[in-house]
Design a binder for this molecule. Sequence first.
Ligand SMILES: [Zn+2]
Length: 127
Amino acid sequence: MRVRVLGSAAGGGFPQWNCNCRNCAGLRDGSVRIRARTQSSIAAADNDAAAWALVNASPDILTQLRANPDLQRGEALRDTAIASDPHVAEAYLSVTLAHLGEVEQALAAADAANRAKSEFLANMSSL
Ligand SMILES: [Zn+2]
């Protein structure tokens, strides 16, 4: 099974539209070099990655697909690597739920890495 973290930020992504903390404000005004993040979402697939199931798809899906072009191959007029058969998605989600602990660990690790990077960059920019 493959799990890809598509986004790791809280709802609305990062920077938060209504937040003026040093990181959010710094990203908006360019004074802090931090990468924007999209809302938490994962894609899960069997090991052959022929079809992916989305978990917690959000309004950020277009940005997330652009960052993961193999999920949107564009080989036909209406084409995607995201499973349209609900049974396929259901099977993946069953596997995903069985591995929920691993998924949560992956999301937590991605979030911790992004937080550490943000803090590091914020500290570097204040020197
Ligand atoms: Zn903020």
